[in-house]
Design a protein around this ligand. Structure first.
Ligand code: DC
Length: 219
């Protein structure tokens, strides 16, 4: 494998674990590019629905994945838990995953380095990443975080129990699918953010990454 590529940091984990925020802060810290790969699946789901197809329509999902315009990833419609739930449906389709691989791998190789966050970065997209983190927290704590976000946005209709049920359903779909299920890579470091605020989680992430990169330099 060519070493012309930049440094690759893979950050995987379940919804609302804090992995997206950690990935952005880590990328800023090291001066690397950052790709939230969940946005790709969110955008495919958006395009399928906008064109009037069902999310389960494999043909439609595959064609929109193949034709995805990465310039549309900062669309505000892609934010929020509902867009994530819809993304998780198209993400089960193996041909959709395959269609999005090339873009992710090319992004990962951008010098001087890249941070990618998702579900299968350390296992499938970049198995040879220089550092891998699996960021997680209990479903209850992740649901509390999401619930507070909803309240902060003025949503007073969605209850905690519904948020927790949606988190559990998404976890089951993402880790239960046959192709590239969410799972911790054997050589990843586990970062449990259940008891950590974002600053402490970021510090822990940088510490783990530096240790991993230092070990490689010494090897
Ligand atoms: O990280 P996120 O919540 O934006 O991801 C939305 C969905 O997209 C997630 O539930 C499953 C899918 N996804 C995936 O299958 N593989 C990735 N690398 C990233 C996201």
């Amino acid at each position: 494998m060519s070493r012309m590529r930049g440094m690759i940091i893979a950050i995987d984990g379940p919804a609302a674990s804090g992995k997206g925020t950690i990935a952005k802060l880590v990328a800023e810290h090291f001066g690397f590019h950052c790709l939230d790969t969940g946005l790709l699946y969110r955008a495919v789901a958006r395009d399928v629905e906008r064109a009037g197809f069902r999310l389960e329509d494999t043909w439609a999902a595959v064609s929109y994945a193949r034709g995805l315009d990465a310039a549309t990833l900062d669309d505000p419609a892609l934010r929020g838990a509902e867009a994530g739930d819809r993304a998780s449906v198209v993400a089960k389709i193996p041909e959709v995953r395959r269609a999005l691989l090339k873009y992710q791998r090319a992004f990962a190789e951008r010098p001087p380095g890249a941070v990618l966050d998702g579900r299968d970065i350390g296992t499938v997209v970049c198995p040879d990443a220089d550092a891998k983190l699996f960021v997680t927290a209990t479903a209850e704590v992740r649901a509390e975080r999401r619930f507070s976000e909803l309240r902060a946005r003025g949503d007073t209709t969605t209850g905690y129990a519904a948020v927790l049920a949606a988190i559990r359903e998404r976890d089951a779909r993402d880790s239960g699918r046959a192709d590239a299920p969410m799972k911790m890579a054997a050589d990843a470091d586990l970062l449990d953010t259940t008891q950590l605020g974002i600053e402490a989680a970021f510090d822990a992430a940088v510490g783990l990454i530096k240790r991993k990169i230092g070990q490689q330099g010494a090897a």
